[in-house]
Design a protein around this ligand. Structure first.
Ligand code: PAF
Length: 281
């Protein structure tokens, strides 16, 4: 695997190649990331990964400074999946001047769910992803479904900016007890780790109730119940919500009657660690 630190080294390594498959990451790689890499590799295209902890998507009170940086171990993992090229710029390379041009995300997508509780998050994500796309110029990019709303933001951005990039979703990888794999799982204490799969179970229970709900009012009651259940276990939930898969809008009665069109999404703090998960149903 070739490792490059600058956009010009990257362009030299890629030459005229505009056919790569790209998997952007913030490092601290786990099996979830590696499954995305394998998906990329299976396209038969040259696989380019990136590692960059993007300051723009962290609020001042969030974990930018303490976000785990595990570069050597990440490189070993990338080699194990035969990644061809790693782009690992530092901040001076990607943000040599203040990033005053930003991608603003639309109301009703960038400011709901994650966007409501992490204002500016999707602007930061979309801005860095657009920059990384500009550097790598891939034909295909793989994004995990664990970050369901991020995947939708990236898809919409690619459509609206006419970027010639196919976005491929990668299924969420789970631990044996159902906990979705995440770099932030490493922050959990042993007791919190034992409790953590309750978020996935809460989404399963919510999806079951939503499938029976029939009306938006009954769904709202099911969401309130799901929040109360998680709070009773000591969590601090931001949201547990059922939305349409197509646009993340709240479902109407007709949507609730259409199986296979909805997704339950949740974000909640366990101790100081904020976990997110989702379940299509
Ligand atoms: O999902 C992530 O790891 C990040 O949000 C991404 C897409 C690499 C942008 O920084």
């Amino acid at each position: 695997m070739q490792i490059v630190r600058t956009a010009s080294e990257l362009r030299a390594a890629l030459g005229a190649n505009r056919s790569a498959v790209f998997v952007p990451t913030m490092g601290n790689l786990h099996e979830g990331h590696l499954s995305l890499m394998r998906l990329g590799k299976a396209t038969g295209r040259p696989l380019v990964a990136s590692i960059f902890v993007n300051r723009l998507q962290f609020a001042p009170h969030e974990d930018f400074a303490s976000y785990p940086r595990t570069f050597e171990a990440d490189c070993d993992k990338l080699r194990s999946v035969a990644c061809d090229l790693l782009f690992a710029p530092d901040e001076r390379e990607l943000y040599p001047v203040e990033q005053t041009f930003r991608v603003s995300t639309p109301h009703g997508l960038g400011d709901i769910l994650e966007g409501e509780f992490r204002p500016g998050f999707f602007e930061g994500v979309a801005t860095v992803v657009l920059k990384l796309f500009g550097c790598v110029q891939p034909a295909v990019a793989v994004f995990g479904m664990k970050d369901y709303q991020q995947l939708m933001v990236v898809r919409r951005m690619v459509e609206q900016f006419n970027l010639p990039i196919e976005i491929v979703p990668g299924a969420t990888m789970r631990e044996a007890d159902g906990l979705a794999m995440s770099s932030r799982n490493g922050y959990l204490s042993a007791a919190e780790r034992a409790e953590a799969p309750a978020l996935a179970r809460a989404l399963q229970a919510l999806a079951q109730r939503a499938a029976q709900a029939g009306t938006p009012q009954a769904l709202a009651e099911a969401e309130r119940q799901a929040l109360a259940d998680l709070r009773a276990r000591g969590w601090k939930p931001d949201y547990l919500a059922v939305r349409r898969r197509t646009d993340l809008a709240p479902p109407q009665a007709a949507d609730l009657a259409a199986p296979g069109t909805l997704v339950a999404l949740g974000a909640a703090k366990l101790g100081t660690t904020r976990l997110i998960d989702n379940l299509e149903f």
